[in-house]
Ligand binder design. Structure first.
Ligand SMILES: *[C@@H]1O[C@H](CO)[C@@H](O)[C@H](O)[C@H]1NC(C)=O
Ligand SMILES: *[C@@H]1O[C@H](CO)[C@@H](O)[C@H](O)[C@H]1NC(C)=O
Ligand SMILES: *[C@@H]1O[C@H](CO)[C@@H](O)[C@H](O)[C@H]1NC(C)=O
Ligand SMILES: *[C@@H]1O[C@H](CO)[C@@H](O)[C@H](O)[C@H]1NC(C)=O
Length: 430
């Protein structure tokens, strides 16, 4: 599994309570309320419920929407306030993990109560969590056969759901939409961005989805290239020795071989072997309790997308960047799964006329309140950010810094300010 949140067992119970409260508040299909009294009123989303992707069968995507807490003073009109959509990875993990454990307005603390999240991503922007694809979290798949098995089908459902969400409120129609998420969502995010652009081309201006950009956190996007980077990355970090590196590289080679021969399910298994071996060798990235992961992430969805895991969507990212859609790729610097080396390995192979200039653009030191937060590199529509002292789940590890990052990127200020005129200093040879 691509995404294994380090949750502890008691949290599952809490998740159930909280999700029950959220559902109770939702307009459609309320579930029995377990313990709403323990759920602070201010923590409830302003809207939640179901977006029907197939009216015939009833398959639906569950959503939870939080309005901006302090809409940007500039965007005094809510109709201009951006909306971030969050997609969880997995495949098959609920976005409620991000809501309650990473970037929602209220998060679960050490003693299992809720507290306001100072790093919440809905500070300036609206924040919409989707349980994607159907069959994930509280989303409903009428039958397992209806669960998408490839990114085009994932995107088709997501597109219907997003259009339906936008239709819920007049003000949503004009608000810029930013698609965000992490890990295996590194496949979903380019796919829905690509799909929106393609649909927009055939629609009159007023009916288009106002796509502002896409942001991929610690993403799996071009697996064939990414799976081949684990050994050298861990070795250079001093986490494994040469013998272990050689062993990992053998396993990586197997995974790449299965990709090349189009044996997709074996390629997915082979990648799991690589990650398990890496975990074993380093003692890091330990997985949460399997039973818990089972509850929060759907095995049925994982199985449905098993043949999809190792397929690249890099061409979709290239398409977005070429069409001048803002793309942000960010990684926690300590992530051993889909980290910096893994991402830059495919970025440098991008087919895009701006790639050389991106690779030569200055990598700026990024500070938040005077403290080192990471590094940012940008050329035109493509931005790359490295977040210090963070692993696979950046918002969990660096709440406030991740909030600053997403805000500055959307608003193109601070480290993400455009500098097209003064970039490109070819600073000697490499
Ligand atoms: C908001 O920002 C835009 C672009 O920076 C600017 O053109 C506009 O005048 C601002 N609006 C207000 C109300 O400050
Ligand atoms: C729970 O932990 C938070 C800090 O993480 C603390 O502020 C709060 O008082 C604690 N609550 C209880 C009931 O211990
Ligand atoms: C995939 O590889 C496995 C293991 O080598 C093999 O048993 C299986 O027949 C292959 N499947 C296809 C479709 O090539
Ligand atoms: C790690 O690898 C060693 C050596 O192959 C093996 O004996 C051990 O069982 C593995 N541990 C885990 C947790 O997989």
């Amino acid at each position: 599994m691509e995404y294994s949140p380090p949750l502890f067992p008691k949290l599952l119970f809490l998740l159930i309570i909280i999700i029950a409260a959220v559902l109770h508040h939702s307009t459609a299909r309320p579930l029995p309320l377990f313990a709403a009294t323990s759920y602070p009123k201010q923590a409830l989303p302003i809207k939640s419920g179901y977006l029907t992707v197939n009216p015939t069968t009833g398959s639906s995507i569950f959503y939870t929407f939080y309005e901006a807490q302090n809409p940007h003073k500039n965007a005094s009109k809510i109709s201009q306030t951006p909306i971030l959509i969050w997609l969880q990875g997995g495949p098959g993990c609920s976005s409620m993990i991000a809501n309650l454990y990473e970037l929602g307005p209220w998060i679960v603390n050490q003693n299992l109560s809720l507290e306001p999240n100072s790093g919440s991503w809905n500070n300036l922007f609206g924040l919409l969590f989707l349980d994607n694809p159907i069959g994930t979290g509280f989303s409903i798949a009428a039958s397992p056969q209806e669960i998408p098995r490839n990114q085009n089908d994932v995107a088709k459902h997501l597109y219907i759901a997003i259009k339906e969400f936008i239709a819920l409120d007049e003000s949503f129609k004009t608000r810029p939409i930013y698609i965000t998420g992490e890990s295996y969502a590194g496949k979903y995010i380019p796919a829905i961005g690509y799909h929106i652009l393609t649909e927009n081309q055939c629609l009159p201006r007023g009916k288009r989805v106002n796509l502002g950009g896409v942001a991929i956190g610690n993403g799996l996007t071009d697996p064939e290239i990414q799976v081949a980077t684990h050994g050298v990355n861990a070795y250079n970090l001093g986490l494994i020795n040469e013998k272990q590196k050689a062993l990992l590289e053998e396993l990586q080679f197997e995974a790449v071989g299965f990709v090349k021969s189009g044996n997709w399910s074996e390629a997915t298994n082979a990648r799991t072997n690589v990650l398990n071996a890496l975990t074993n060798m380093t003692g890091l990235a330990t997985l949460g309790s399997e039973s818990l992961v089972f509850e929060v992430c759907s095995d049925v969805v994982g199985d449905a997308l098993k043949d999809d895991v190792m397929k690249s969507v890099r061409y979709m990212v290239e398409f977005l960047v070429k069409k001048s859609v803002k793309v942000l790729l960010y990684q926690g610097q300590c992530d051993l799964r889909d980290g910096v080396v893994s991402t830059l390995a495919w970025v440098k192979k991008m087919e895009w006329e701006g790639i050389e200039r991106f690779l030569k653009a200055e990598r700026k030191v990024w500070r938040v309140d005077g403290k080192l937060a990471g590094y940012v590199q940008r050329w035109e529509s493509l931005s790359h950010a490295v977040v210090m002292n963070a692993g696979h789940l950046v918002p969990t590890d660096q709440g406030v810094n991740s909030q600053v990052m997403i805000q500055d990127w959307v608003l193109e200020r601070g480290s993400f300010a455009g500098e097209e005129t003064q970039d490109i200093q070819l600073k000697g040879s490499v």
